[in-house]
Design a protein around this ligand. Sequence first.
Ligand SMILES: Cc1ncc(COP(=O)(O)O)c(C=O)c1O
Length: 374
Amino acid sequence: MELFKTYKLWDIEPVKAKGCKIWDKNGVEYTDLYGGHAVISIGHCHPVYCDMLTKQLNNIGFYSNAVQNSLQVELAKNLGEMSGYDNYSLFLCNSGAESNENAIKLASFQTGRAKLLVCSKSFHGRTSGAVAATDNPSIRAPFNQTDKVVFTPMNDIDALQTALKTKEYAAFLIEGIQGVAGIIEPTADFLKAAEKACAETGTLLILDEVQSGYGRTGKFFAHQHAGIKADIITTAKGMGNGFPIGGVLISDKINASYGMLGTTFGGNHLACTAALAVLKVVKEEGLIENAANIGKILMDNLKGNKAIKDLRGTGLMIGIEVTPEFETLRDTLLHQYHFFTGGAGRNVIRLLPPLSISQNEAESFLEAFKKATL
Ligand SMILES: Cc1ncc(COP(=O)(O)O)c(C=O)c1O
C-alpha cells in the first residue's frame, strides 16, 4: 500500500528533536520556528513531558470514558486556574476540528437554533461542520455544502450586529487570531461588540483558540487581550505538545446531559498526562511571559526590513507578508539557513515557534532573515 498523497512534503525527515532544535536523518540541524503548525508549545522532548508520559505509559495508557479518570479532573482544574476560566467545564476530545465540531453542536443544542455565523477567511478544521465553517470552498466537498453557515467580514461591527439581530444564529464562531488566513487579528472593539451583540441576541460566542491559545500570544487565550469572555472556547494544538488532544471549555450557562457529547479516545490517560505536563512547564518556566517578550523582540527587529510588505501578530504568532520579489524567502530560510517556518498563501511567512524559544535562537533567526533579504 502507498500513502494517500494529500500533503505537499518538504524533502526533509526529522529523526530527533530537543527544545527548538530538530535534526534530520542526515544529521543536519534546523531551528524550529514553526512547531509543527503551532503544536510544540513547551519545546520538543521536554524532560518533564517525557518523564511524565513514560511513567504514565508504564501504569495505564488508555481506558475509555466508562470509568473514573482523575487525570481529567486534575487537568480541568489546572486549565481552569491557568486560563482564568475556572468556573467553566471541560469536554476533552482529540483535535482542533473535533473541538469545534463539539462546540458548534453544543451551541445548537443550547439555543435550539441551526445557523452559525463565522468570519470570512476563517479556518476551523476539516471535519463536516468545521469545514463548512471554513471559508475555503476548495476543501469543502458537496456533502459539506450548507446554507446553515454564513460568513461575515472580519472587523465589520455593523455587519455583525445586523446578522445577529435576526436571532437565527446559534453561535458566532471566531478565531482568537486567524492563522491559516495569514495572521489576521480581530480588533478589541470588534470582539467587544461581538460579546455584547451575542449576549443581547441569545447567541453563543465561540472563540476558536486552537492555534492562538495556550499562551502563544502572551496571554493564555488571544481573546483575553480584548478583555472579553467567551461562552465556549476551543483548544488543541499546543495543549498536548504533539500528543493529540483537544478541549472545549464550556460556560455554566450550558448544562450537560448524559450522552449529549462523547468520544472513545478523548481524555485518555496519556493525553491528559501530556496536557498536564504542558501546563506544569508553561507555569514553572514562565512561557507565557517568554512568548510576549520574544515576540516583541522579533517584531521590533523585523520592522523596517525592505522585504516586508506587512507585519502582523501578537506574541509568538507572527505573520510576515513579503513583497513579490521575496516569495521564495521561506524556502531560502529553510534550505540555506535551516529555519523551519510556516506559510500562508504565497507570500506570508508564519512564525509559530515553541513558547520556550530563547533570545539567542530568535536573534539567530533575525540575522538569517537579514542576510537572506539583503
Ligand atoms: C484555528 C484553527 N482551528 C481548527 C484547526 C483544526 O485543527 P486540527 O487540525 O487539529 O483538526 C486549526 C488547524 O490548523 C486551526 O488553525
